[in-house]
Design a protein around this ligand. Structure first.
Ligand code: CA
Length: 411
């Protein structure tokens, strides 16, 4: 069943981070507007046919009648779907968001607050508190951004729209099965524009496959304010995907001079000892620990940070099949435990600017009166708009693009 989640993220081309955390580049659309359906005769006609297909798959007409009260064509969901596909970020930008000061601080507070239940979850599913908390942090900012769009509406809109119609019709059928079981009402069954639900953003098929009732009230409730069932469900997902208890996801490493990066990549696994024999070391200069078959990743190319990844890295990818996401979860989980930031230096970006340069550019734009929405070093829509305003004011060609010359001019 995990294939459905993989399909979703492969289709998104990014992690759920961009899909649900907002503020990562494009201005977030007003969710209230998104949730307001508009009349669409073609959608209504599609629903007639869908009702027959749902009935053939065992969905009772009473279930359909109740659920479809929350349905409706959502043009903004289609808009999000179209704009999402080309959206990618470098690992450096991704980590600046995924392991931001805010996400680390909030995660540490949640980890401390929920230590007891997270330990109980670990005892049952083998996944440690910091990893479950990191997934929670990336998926919904610890429950702050669970999504308020009725899932029957979002999945039916995307099933009707048809670009990924078969996939979303499968999600819609799964959502109806959840409703038919009585786990939640259609009104409470809300999620992101793409139908990812609750604290840990399960799509409906993932819910059917992995959601657990951990607090024992008889329902796997991933929608409630209390995250217990959602956190246990994420742990169950990883546990059943092969998580190895007591093992790390991976670690930052140092490569020897002249390391052939053709040897990097998940397809090239070796024993830790073989990498150590080539001169790969941990960040303290020691040989690599043995956690089974190990791959070396060099996501920013030669000269950038390098990582050794173990079996549990692949398990995180089963949750969300994007390399940046898996490194983000692993690194955030390390930071939640108080471990250090990534020490390797990312090379300058395509504009010739380092992260420090980009932060300085944002600080100087802010000081000059152009709001960038926080100097996190990530050049998003607000920073680009600020650059355009600045360029217009000082009489430069209006490109919205950061550059070394622009930074120099601001100094
Ligand atoms: Ca429960």
């Amino acid at each position: 069943m995990r294939i459905t989640r993989r399909s979703l993220t492969a289709w998104l081309g990014i992690s759920a981070l961009a899909a649900c955390s907002g503020g990562v580049g494009s201005p977030p659309p007003a969710s209230r507007a998104t949730a307001r359906p508009v009349a669409n005769p073609a959608y209504d006609a599609w629903l007639v046919g869908f009702r027959q297909r749902a009935a053939a798959q065992g969905i009772a007409s009473a279930t359909l009648d109740r659920a479809l009260r929350t349905a409706g064509f959502l043009p903004d969901v289609v808009e999000r779907d179209r704009s999402q596909t080309e959206f990618t970020r470098t690992l450096e930008d991704y980590l600046a968001i995924a392991a931001s000061d805010e996400r680390i601080a909030k995660g540490r507070a949640q980890l401390a607050r929920r230590q007891a239940v997270l330990r109980t979850i670990e005892a049952r599913h083998g996944v440690p508190p910091e990893v479950v908390t990191a997934i929670w942090g990336l998926e919904s900012m610890y429950g702050e951004r669970r999504g308020d769009i009725p899932v029957v509406a979002s999945t039916s809109t995307l099933a009707f729209d048809g670009r990924r119609g078969a996939f979303f019709e499968q999600q819609l059928i799964a959502a109806l099965r959840i409703l038919q079981r009585g786990d939640v009402t259609a009104e409470r069954m809300t999620g992101s524009w793409a139908g990812a639900m609750g604290h840990t953003q399960f799509i409906p098929t993932s819910y059917l496959a992995y959601a657990v009732d951990f607090d024992g009230d008889g329902r796997a409730d991933i929608w409630s304010d209390d995250p217990t069932d959602a956190l246990a469900s994420a742990a169950a997902y990883l546990g059943r995907s092969g998580w190895q208890a007591g093992r790390p996801w991976g670690m930052e490493v140092q490569l020897p001079p002249g390391f052939d990066t053709a040897r990097a990549g998940r397809g090239n696994r070796r024993e830790a000892g073989a990498w150590s024999a080539m001169g790969v070391r941990d960040m303290n200069g020691r040989p690599l620990p043995d956690h089974g078959p190990t791959a070396i990743l060099v996501p920013a190319g030669p000269g950038g940070p390098a990582f050794a990844v173990f079996r549990n890295f692949d398990v995180i990818l089963r949750y969300n099949n994007a390399q940046n996401y898996a490194i983000g979860v692993g690194h955030l989980s390390d930071r939640l435990l108080g471990r250090p930031p990534i020490r390797g230096r990312f090379p300058p970006d395509a504009n010739g600017l380092t992260l420090d340069d980009r932060k300085e550019l944002q600080r100087r734009l802010t000081a000059a009166g152009f709001d960038v929405g926080g100097a996190d070093g990530v050049i998003g829509a607000r920073t680009e708009a600020a650059i355009r305003s600045y360029q217009k004011r000082v009489g430069l060609p209006v490109t919205g693009q950061p550059s070394a010359e622009l930074l120099q001019r601001l100094r």
